[in-house]
Design a protein around this ligand. Structure first.
Ligand SMILES: Cc1cc2nc3c(=O)[nH]c(=O)nc-3n(C[C@H](O)[C@H](O)[C@H](O)COP(=O)(O)OP(=O)(O)OC[C@H]3O[C@@H](n4cnc5c(N)ncnc54)[C@H](O)[C@@H]3O)c2cc1C
Ligand code: FES
Length: 364
């Protein structure tokens, strides 16, 4: 009886072991696709190793695709056209792409696996995005969660970008896929050889915590510039910047650029945070508003427990904007901050007469 039980147990173990070996073998076989060819923009062929996402494969060939969500399939920034070889559109893509986009063969590069030869079209502007070898030249602690980090560009030595655009920071960890996150450029486009980023440390966040460990002299790889969020220079309307937290970063770049280029337009900066320390760079803007009568600085603190020392606005920046900004003033709006702030602002801007085509935003 005991020996029958033992034999049955051994047979069961053998079966499980056999299944494991089969699954491992199948996984290895499925994962090794060998070399495949990507025909890019009808111009050139890339010979690449199959098996990875199209996004990582293109980045590996130095074709930089925006990927603000780090390849999770949620931001939609990595849209490219896959004319052949992409397989079926995944459910994750159907949540982001419109039926019209799917019809014209748009795909999310982070969701498409490179398994066989592909024919791909990427927007021309992506081809101008470069990779920069940099070194940290300055780290400033603004609060326990916000640091300003300045990178000196080593190779190439200079960057051209529009105020409001962002760069992607990459982090390579042994044995894992590289990760990428977007950070708005806070420095002026006239400072060609540096990039300042303002980074808020997110609890358990991989990249923001890594960036917070950087010190002077540390190397870092950035790519850019990315994004459709930048100052429009074809009109004379007022520029309304509304920022929450580190959403201030691109506004700093816009305002510095306008000042240095002596652009004679009215500028509003509505800037909201919970407490005064989180309203970093507050004093700089107070002084800038004193020097320039065309610059109106409207800070607001939302924490209910702030004491009597604060003589500025109290409450959410959305409410303050609604109270302060004049109705009907010809303007375009630049918004940057948490999604909830931006969603709340859109109807308020419309009520002030600012058309949706004149509203630009980055949510993060
Ligand atoms: C265009 C663009 C510009 C950006 N500019 C800046 C910038 O100038 N400064 C800046 O600090 N960040 C900026 N971000 C956000 C940045 O790209 C990262 O998303 C952020 O730093 C978190 O990355 P992580 O790797 O640290 O966290 P992850 O490892 O990606 O996330 C860890 C956990 O935190 C959660 N989480 C992720 N992001 C947030 C968040 N923002 N708040 C709360 N919880 C979160 C996730 O759901 C997850 O549970 C920008 C994003 C975009 C799309
Ligand atoms: S990288 Fe965000 S959807 Fe693909």
């Amino acid at each position: 009886m005991l020996s029958t039980l033992l034999i049955a147990l051994l047979a069961l173990n053998g079966l499980i072991l056999g299944m494991c070996l089969f699954l491992l073998g199948a996984r290895h076989w499925l994962a090794s696709y060998g070399q495949v060819k990507i025909r890019l923009n009808d111009e050139k062929d890339l010979q690449v190793q199959g098996g990875n996402s199209l996004l990582l494969t293109l980045v590996g060939s130095k074709i930089f695709i925006p990927s603000a969500c780090g390849g999770r399939g949620t931001c939609g920034y990595c849209r490219v056209k896959v004319l052949d070889g992409g397989g079926s559109v995944l459910a994750t893509e159907q949540m982001i792409l419109t039926p019209a986009e799917i019809k014209e063969k748009k795909r999310l590069a982070c969701q498409v696996r490179v398994r066989r030869d592909l024919v791909v079209h990427v927007p021309e502007e992506f081809l101008a995005i470069k990779e920069f070898q940099t070194v940290v030249s300055k780290v400033e602690v603004m609060t326990d969660v916000i640091k300003k980090i300045t990178f000196k560009l080593l190779e190439p030595k200079t960057i051209a970008f529009k105020p409001g655009q962002y760069v992607q920071v990459s982090l390579i960890r042994p044995g894992e896929d590289p990760i990428y996150r977007g950070y708005s450029i806070a420095s002026s486009p006239f400072a060609h050889d540096i990039i300042e980023l303002n980074v808020r440390r997110v609890e358990n966040g991989i990249m923001s915590n890594h960036l917070h460990t950087l010190k002077e002299g540390d190397p870092m790889v950035l790519s850019g510039p990315y994004g459709e969020f930048f100052l429009q220079e074809t009109t004379n309307r007022s520029v309304v910047c509304i920022a929450g937290g580190v959403g201030l970063a691109p506004m700093k770049s816009i305002i510095a650029y306008m000042t240095e280029k002596k652009i004679d337009r009215k500028v509003y900066l509505f800037y909201g945070a919970r407490t005064l320390p989180l309203l970093y760079d507050h004093q700089e803007f107070v002084e800038a508003a004193r020097r320039n009568p065309k610059f109106q600085y409207v800070p607001a603190l939302s924490d209910e427990n702030i004491g009597g020392d604060w003589d500025g606005h109290r409450g959410f920046i959305t409410k303050v904007f609604q109270q302060v900004f004049p109705d009907g003033e010809p303007a375009e709006a630049y918004l940057c901050g948490p999604p909830v702030m931006i969603d709340a602002l859109l109807p308020l801007l419309a009520a002030k007469g600012i058309q949706s085509k004149d509203i630009y935003y980055d949510k993060f």
